[in-house]
Design a protein around this ligand. Structure first.
Ligand code: QUE
Length: 619
């Protein structure tokens, strides 16, 4: 071979060794060094040209009020201010609701939460914009505000219709049960506290399009919404996400508003536009984990086995739907946690309140559902004077049973796992010790108690909305044997990029550093799903693997013909390609040879999760 490359020179020595950082080994994060050095570039770190404009929002100070008037003259006259926009200046679509309408980019008439955007200041610096925004004089006519789940339930104020899941006749099961108990559990919300706040930077292109840099878990949605609010076709907007400083669900839908505002102003002024939320603003104006107030009534036999359950789950959604339909659905899917409810009725309510719209947050309603089941288990145990672990074991699913939404339980190993864990950790002995210690503490008048719990979790990974369970990838192999990888998943510190690079390296059996990970871009892989629902590695990894398999198949077909061997004799192993026992090429040599012979070395890959659906109309 005449091919020489500095990067791969060492490989042309035919020293066979296992590839570095294979799947199953712990490769370091692709940005570990730059994270530590502080040189990893986040959106706000991008060097921006002179003339870049900066945005700040004017925020509502009322939870629910009619805007009678806004005097923005002092804002306009403030230092560094270039422009001020309010609702009437929006050029195209005004609503950015992710799934359902209800999230105006700016308030038109009625504000529905403290912090809602009333107007946007365009200035020559971030500080100038922020300072000017405080100078508005806004006249409000306060309206009654609903701020709690109870009030919303009472007034039947919902952002979406309630949804119900049923199995058998729960009412009859409860009526005829020898033991009946009821209870409730209230779980509060939670701030995401991603390390990097919401941020966006939009650069206009010479063809009228927009290049959007954002910290988003859902680049395709940002692309689509920016296009819709600026009246551009989707192809004219490209979203780039190299990394986020944490997301935790808080950047799934709620990164879009800032990108949209930047996009509108970038187009209006034909200038690059930057916007970031300072922490104190970010915490006020973005949604959090859903607060839930859940009730249950459960019928039992004398042994503590559940005969029927009636549950009501109510999530505090805030003023708009956002992802609340799917979040309350997931709470409903998990309200059995790992337990069989022979008869069940589950109601899920999406309470509308005059607060910021709550959003995806790690677990996506699942924790709020399954906590209800766990709380109920303890309630049953304490009522019957049984060990909580025994109550849990007695009510666990068994293979072949089905859930209250009709999914057959398969591969259910929890009973074995829990029994083994209980034995391994000396559960019974420790339980006795704790009971004795707590008795003594009580006798001594101490308020200190010890506790012990062994708790199972059944969690449904993947999107509950079937469509979203698909992914795409793009893999290029260059003629030096180096590999470029792109896919629809986003990196937020969790290590997705390096994991998918490992999948690609594994498919060709080459060193991990042969594969370069690249920023997620909507012009490379289109129509992507959010990186969410515990599915990022699975779906994007399979898509990337499928791209590799296409390229490999072409190489194998070519090599078999070229070397006159059968396709089965060609193996990608240990940075080499073996042509039976005839010939051994380095991976780079094989790639070079394929190129010389006009074999395409680039492929898209696609994957859709099999066997997954929910018919919501039948619940
Ligand atoms: C976790 C999830 C889901 C999710 C986000 C998560 C999920 C789901 C959706 C969803 C539904 C409809 C949409 C959309 C997202 O998001 O199950 O954009 O239009 O269905 O973090 O489990």
């Amino acid at each position: 071979m005449s091919h020489h490359s500095s990067l791969f020179d060492s490989y042309s020595i035919r020293r066979v060794r296992p590839p570095k950082n294979k799947i199953g080994t712990s490769a370091k994060h692709d940005s570990a060094i730059t994270h530590v050095m502080g040189t990893a570039t986040y959106v706000d770190d991008i060097t921006k040209p002179q003339g870049t404009l900066h945005l700040a929002v004017g925020k509502s100070s009322h939870a629910h009020a009619r805007i009678l008037g806004m005097d923005l003259s002092a804002v306009r006259e403030a230092d560094g201010v270039v422009d001020v926009l309010s609702f009437k200046d929006l050029p195209a679509q005004t609503d950015i609701g992710a799934v359902f309408d209800g999230e105006p980019l700016m308030v038109n008439d009625i504000t529905e939460y403290v912090g809602q955007t009333l107007f946007v200041v365009v200035a020559t610096s971030h500080r100038a914009a922020k300072k000017a925004a405080t100078k508005a004089v806004v006249e409000y006519e306060p309206l009654p505000a609903v701020l709690s789940i109870d009030k919303a339930l009472e007034q039947e104020l919902f952002v979406r219709p309630s949804h119900f899941m049923k199995r058998g006749d729960a009412a009859t099961a409860l009526e005829s049960a020898p033991i009946r108990i009821e209870g409730h559990i209230h779980m509060r919300g939670q701030e995401h506290f991603y390390l990097e706040g919401q941020v966006s930077y939009v650069v206009p292109c010479d063809d009228g399009g927009l290049e959007v840099y954002t910290s988003s878990q859902h680049p395709s949605e940002v692309q689509q919404l920016v296009a819709e609010v600026t009246d551009l076709p989707f192809h004219a907007v490209n979203t780039v996400v190299r990394r986020m400083g944490g997301g935790f669900g808080g950047k799934e839908t709620q990164a879009a508003a800032w990108a949209c505002l930047c996009g509108i102003v970038a187009k209006r002024h034909n200038a690059p536009v930057s916007m970031r939320l300072d922490r104190q603003d970010d915490m006020v104006v973005t949604g959090k984990r859903h607060e839930f107030a859940n009730r249950y009534e459960v019928g039992l036999d004398e042994s503590g086995r559940i005969l029927g359950v009636d549950m009501q789950l109510a999530g505090l959604c805030g003023y708009a739907p956002d992802l609340s339909d799917a979040i309350v659905d997931r709470a409903m899917f998990h309200c059995d946690n790992a337990y069989y409810y022979p008869a069940a009725r589950v109601a899920g309510h999406r309470c509308k309140t005059h607060t910021v719209s709550n959003t995806a947050y790690r677990g996506f309603g699942g924790p709020q559902g399954l906590m209800t089941a766990e709380y109920m288990m303890d309630h049953i145990a304490y009522t019957l004077g049984q060990d909580p672990l025994q109550v849990r074991l007695a009510n666990l699913y068994q293979d072949g049973q089905s859930t209250h939404y009709g999914q057959t339980i398969e591969h259910f190993d929890l009973a074995n796992i829990m029994t083994k864990l209980a034995a391994d950790c000396d559960y019974d002995k420790r339980r006795q010790q704790i009971i004795a210690a707590n008795k003594q503490a009580a006798a001594e008048g101490s308020d200190k108690r010890l506790g012990l719990a062994l708790t199972p979790v059944k969690f449904g990974i993947s999107f509950t909305v079937q469509t979203l369970n698909q992914a795409g990838a793009l893999v290029h192999v260059y003629t030096d044997g180096s590999i470029h990888l792109n896919h629809g998943g986003t990196e937020m510190g969790q290590g997705l990029y390096i994991k998918i690079a490992q999948i690609v390296a594994n498919e060709f059996d080459v060193d991990l550093d042969t594969v370069k990970v690249s920023a997620t871009r909507t012009d490379k892989v289109p129509n992507t799903s959010p990186t969410a629902a515990s599915s990022g590695t699975d779906i994007n990894g399979k898509a990337a693997q499928n791209a590799c398999l296409s390229i490999k198949a072409r190489i194998v077909e070519f090599a078999a013909e070229h070397f006159e061997v059968s396709q089965e004799d060609i193996r990608f192993e240990q940075n080499h390609v073996y042509i039976g026992d005839k010939e051994t090429l380095t991976f780079a040599e094989m790639i070079q040879l394929s190129y010389q012979n006009r074999i395409s070395l680039s492929s898209t890959g696609y994957y859709k999760t099999p066997k997954i659906f929910y018919d919501r109309s039948k619940a």
